[in-house]
Structure formats: C-alpha cells, structure tokens
Ligand binder design. Structure first.
Ligand code: FES
Length: 184
C-alpha cells in the first residue's frame, strides 16, 4: 500500500516546528492530544487551522475524521482565531440562577458584540471574537465550580461570585493592561 501523501504547510505555519512537535510526542500514549495542545499554544491566535489538522493527520497516520472529532469534542481546542483576551461565562444551571445571563448581556454591551449571526449555536452557546481581535467571548456549560456561581473565566483565571461591577472592573483592568503595553 502506498504511504499517505503528506501535504506541505503554507506560510506562516512553521512546518519545521510542527514536525518537531509531532516527533517529540510520537512514542507517547495520547500523543494526538499533546500534539494538538502544543500546536495551538504556539499559534499566536491560539487556534488550529484546518491545514494543520490535515498535516497532523497525514504525518501521524491518524485518520482525519479522528483528528477532527478530537478537536470538536474538547472545548479547549479552537478552530477559529481567538482574541488577545478570552472571557468565558458559565451558563450552567447554578450560574444561570445566580445571574449569568445578565453578566453575559452586560459583557456583550461592553464589548460591542451583537445579538446576531455572529453567535455560534444560539445564545447559550456563544463563541465570538470582536472585530478588533481584542476579545473572544465564550460560554461554557459548567466549570465544575458551581459553589462559586456565577463563575466567569478571564484569560484562564476562574473568578467566582462575579457581579456586573466586578466584571466591569475586569474589563477596565484588561483595557489598562492593553494601553500600558501599547505605550511600551
Ligand atoms: S453551573 Fe457554573 S460552574 Fe457549574
């Protein structure tokens, strides 16, 4: 049987780096997850382009369908470029009853995210990046931290008992950091 054809990766993807990551994890159990995690982390926009998934599938001899299903199954993987900051609001029952809907609406207003086709999968399953690339706003079904409801994750930091004022302070803080970096 002929070996699978491995497509080459178009710029700006660093094919040598991708090859190194695949080689480093090749002998490990669960290598696919490790490879995908590392490649996504290395991408400045924190996502996995389709051509990278095709490449990984061909190089590792793992069926494409399996690679895609892993990426779709795990919420940590992104198929679209992400904003510089990620804010994720829990929409589980405990958080919902403690006001996460209001937090979400407030955040949409703050960030200028419209209630429209920009939202993927309806109001309770949101993943949208602002047009300036500053923020990605997402929702999640449950963080497993229900005692802290309502829970919001900001750049991978879990915040509990969040109210609108606290959320506004977080945004102001992120904006302040951004301005500081812009002036450096
Ligand atoms: S429902 Fe929000 S953390 Fe569980």
């Amino acid at each position: 049987m002929k070996p699978p054809v491995v497509p080459s990766l178009p710029p700006p993807v660093d094919q040598d780096y991708v090859d190194q990551v695949i080689a480093r994890h090749s002998a490990r159990a669960g290598r696919l997850l490790s490879i995908l995690e590392e490649l996504q982390e290395h991408n400045p926009q924190k996502y996995l382009p389709m051509e990278v998934l095709d490449y990984v599938a061909a190089k590792t001899d793992i069926p494409r369908a399996q690679v895609y299903s892993v990426v779709s199954f795990y919420a940590l993987f992104n198929l679209e470029p992400q904003g510089k900051n990620t804010i994720c609001i829990c929409r589980g029952t405990a958080c919902h009853t403690r006001g996460s809907r209001n937090l979400l609406e407030r955040l949409k207003l703050e960030l200028g995210v419209k209630d429209s086709a920009e939202e993927g999968g309806g109001a309770d399953k949101l993943s949208v990046t602002t047009s300036d690339g500053k923020y990605t706003l997402r929702t999640v079904a449950c963080f497993g931290q229900c005692a802290l409801a309502p829970v919001v994750e900001v750049n991978h930091n879990i915040l509990g008992h969040v109210n609108e004022q606290a959320l506004k302070r977080e945004i102001d803080h992120l904006e302040g950091d951004r301005r500081k970096h812009a002036n450096q």
